[in-house]
Design a protein around this ligand. Sequence first.
Ligand SMILES: [Zn+2]
Ligand SMILES: [Zn+2]
Length: 444
Amino acid sequence: MKKVKFINHYRWRAYPPSLNADLPAHTVDCPECGQRISLPRLKRGQEAHCPRCGHEIVDVGKNPYIAPLAYATASLILMVFVYSMTFVTVTLAGITSILSLPSMMKQLIVSDFGFLAEVMFVLTFGSPLVFLLFCLYVYLALLFDKVFPGLSYATRTLVRLRHFIMVDVFFISTLVAYIKLSSVAEVSLGAAFYLMLALALMLIRTSVSISEHWVYYKINQILGRNAIEAPSEERVCCSRCLYFREKTEATCGVCGADLYHRRPKSLSMSTAFLVAAVLLYIPANLLPIMISSNPTVVQANTIFNGIVYMWEEGDKLIAAIIFSASILVPGAKIVLLIVLNLSAHYGLPANSKTMLKIYHFTDSVGKWSMIDIFVIIILMSSFHSYMARVVPGQAAVYFCLVVILTMLSAYFFDPRLLWDKSRYSKTITDRPSENVSDTQYTYD
Ligand SMILES: [Zn+2]
Ligand SMILES: [Zn+2]
């Protein structure tokens, strides 16, 4: 068993006993590489990382009770303004459209593109809203030391929703659409656009301020239970909350997630989603993704045609952004997921740490593929008159599905399988001197 390397960047101060943030010393299995780690007692401002793969196990923030509440409240207030104020004003051929985010979604619904409206609604409004409300719910319970119903469920949901918040992607998409629009129409960005940048940054702050391992410990403390159990042959470390539970439990008694040593059917589920993504990637690229029309001409563009057209028209920057988001990122993600799945089956082409970096890369870049879809949604809302009209082609739906399926494929892939497969893993585990810092700092 290894001692953990931990970083101390905050001096201990006297806080009221009710706001004690200490996490007692205990043992966890790293959810990324499976390494068993013995964590020392952690206080405010201390974080612990896995000595083998570097994964952050827990970060008891400087203000673990107040910071998430403050960030979530600020985000909710920003959301009210972002969703009620003018987002963008477009004037073309004497017709002015004043667009807010709800009016853009309405436009999609009345034009019979309900699926895209749902995608936009879920990723830019529904997920962040539910995430923030659950965040307030959980942290108010922790702050006031009160038992609220469904605290574990709320924590589990908000942790999962973090992957489905795409306000930042929508913001960048608006910039791309703005450059594209301003060559043909008069465009002015509204207050909601600028506030959206603040909202995107605040949502990221809220998201990183939540340390679920610590939160689950505190929830169980409020419920009068101790989440910490010693590891043994009969116990398994929950992959979500990282506390040891009896193997006989179907769902984890601490967080309520399914209890397993390695995600069951990880490779077959991941491969199935990947195959579906590869199949849909074909119509997504061959069918038109955007159809634009004016009284004299109707033009249907596939993803690639559209990029070539923009490049030739001189919009090289937008062409490069759309190429990266729509072809490079999903293509690379599919190839890397195939490499990861094959590696977990047949052995690794590189060491486990490099493979884990690839896994994190595929997991983090995926959402940026949505840029093209959001650009089309913005263009469509701006050009919906007889003089100029933009509608999404069939490929838009397939493309959305490719993005969602690759996200699911990465989600179901259990990164510990890479370490299990690695022929180096045994040697590294047996060499405790490597990668491990025994330096410990205590502030009492
Ligand atoms: Zn690890
Ligand atoms: Zn659990």
